[in-house]
Design a protein around this ligand. Structure first.
Ligand code: NAD
Length: 441
């Protein structure tokens, strides 16, 4: 099939590449000429495990193309995916300007029957808006071209995006015509070897499914963090409580790790957008509002532990940070807890030395740009040299089983603040560490 994917961010680039990988001819379009120039030179603008190799192979096989020219891309396409950003607007709702701008361009440029797929996470009712915008442009051109608008929300996780896309748990398709359902199933069939995992539904339900999924996962995280905070007050250990409740199949072990809260490009904005959607429709989403409030506070729990240990004024203290990305496996720092923790420590006068396997450039160029007193270091042990404590904020694999003797020899005193509960408190205390974690006094 010939496909256009509009927006070459995390979702567009992964989707386009995976569609190419199974034999489709895919053209990825972006308005950012620098991004497209880089991609055409084989320079991949984001880090996602395995992605660079898959892109290069598909470009070589002439299955995958990059351009800024939407008109050319649409010429031969049966399906056009909209995968542009839907960032949080000033009032907390999803900003649809990019999605609707793309819809307008499609209406101005399309020449033949087309299925337009909303892959971006969009508020309920957006497909209707996209449809209206396209129709308005077609009317202005005085042409009658058939088109479908489909909702196909994306559930991939950054850090495991290729596996998620190539072997999805489910593919949700919201559409109105048999033709659209048939074409979408045809497109996704190569991703299901053993059994069909399509879930077909009406468009609004598909749009809502994405928000409900993210809100559910964020709720699990905030729930467990709240339990962890109560554990600390009552002298319980949240790590043990996690195992105790996770064993119940109705609860399960996933997404109940106590920690520094969720970040990333999706949960914060989608949770906020959902409360906004509810409000606009006359409903006060109390639980989902609380999920966000708990998370905002949680990002600073580890900083508070540092203050409790070193005092309110951190002038003269240096903290070695392990991990800047919002989660392992990505260089994405959007809404990363590390931003909030580091800014809080710097505000109190601390010096920061930071290490992350992939996200240092993002920190330097965007998310911590202009923040004074940060030094970036190339190795996880180097960062600890003459630091007063190690602060772990992202659970990269290389932090799982470090050389604790080496850590001890680098730090001024053996103190670890673990925002991801990676280590065994008993073992660390036996090795002479002062060890602080989430959900345990
Ligand atoms: N990142 C994730 O893990 C993830 C997972 C599931 C769903 N989503 C959703 O997918 C959507 C995209 O997210 P992302 O993280 O890939 O975004 P992103 O910000 O990484 O990328 C968006 C891209 O769209 C491009 N763009 C903007 N306007 C354009 C236009 N008019 N024409 C062509 N390109 C244009 C931008 O230049 C950018 O490259 C969002 O709605 C997000 O909520 C993201």
């Amino acid at each position: 099939m010939n496909i256009t994917v509009i927006g070459t961010g995390y979702v567009g680039l992964v989707s386009g590449t995976c569609f190419a990988e199974v034999g489709n001819r895919v053209t990825c379009v972006d308005i950012d000429p620098i991004k497209i120039e880089k991609l055409n030179k084989g320079i991949i603008p984001i880090f996602e495990s395995g992605l660079a190799l898959m892109i290069l192979q598909n470009v070589k096989n002439k299955n995958l193309f990059f351009t800024t020219q939407l008109k050319e891309a649409l010429e031969n396409s049966d399906i056009a995916f909209i995968a542009v950003g839907t960032p949080m607007g000033d009032d907390g709702s999803a900003d649809l300007q990019y999605v609707l701008a793309v819809a307008k361009s499609i209406g101005q440029l399309m020449q033949k029957k087309l299925i337009i797929v909303d892959k971006s996470t969009v508020p309920i009712g957006t497909a209707d808006k996209v449809k209206a915008v396209i129709q308005k442009e077609l009317d202005a051109r005085v042409v009658a071209i058939e088109f479908d608008v489909v909702s196909n929300p994306e559930f991939l996780k950054e850090g495991a995006a290729l596996v998620d896309f190539m072997k999805p748990d489910r593919v949700v398709i919201g559409a109105e015509s048999k033709y659209a359902f048939k074409k979408m199933k045809e497109l996704y069939s190569p991703f299901f070897k053993s059994r069909d995992r399509f879930i077909t539904m009406d468009i609004r339900s598909a749009e809502m499914t994405k928000y409900a999924a993210n809100a559910m996962l964020a709720t699990k995280i905030s729930f467990m963090n709240e339990i962890a905070n109560i554990c600390e007050k009552v002298g319980a250990d949240a790590n043990q409580v996690r195992l105790g409740i996770g064993a119940d199949q109705r609860i399960g072990y996933s997404f109940i790790y106590p920690g520094v809260g969720y970040g990333g490009s999706c949960f914060p904005k989608d949770v906020k957008a959902l409360t906004k959607i509810a409000k606009e429709n006359g409903y006060n989403a109390q639980l989902i509002t609380a999920v966000e409030q708990v998370n905002d506070a949680q990002k600073l729990v580890i900083a508070q532990k540092i203050v409790n240990r070193f005092g309110k004024d951190l002038t003269g203290f240096t903290f070695g940070i392990w991990g800047l990305a919002f989660k392992p496996g990505t260089d994405d720092m959007r809404q990363a807890p590390s931003i909030y923790v580091i800014k809080e420590l710097v505000k109190r006068g601390a010096n920061i030395k930071a290490y992350d396997p992939k996200a240092v450039n993002e920190a330097k160029e965007h998310y911590l740009k202009g923040v004074q007193k940060i030094q970036y270091v190339d190795s996880k042990y180097e960062v600890l040299k003459d630091a007063d404590a190690l602060v772990l904020l992202t659970e990269w694999k290389e932090f799982r089983s470090p050389d604790f003797e080496k850590i001890k020899s680098q730090l001024k005193s053996p103190i670890i603040f673990d925002g991801r509960n990676q280590y065994n408190a008993f073992n660390l205390e036996a090795k002479g560490f002062e060890y602080f974690q989430i959900g345990k006094q």
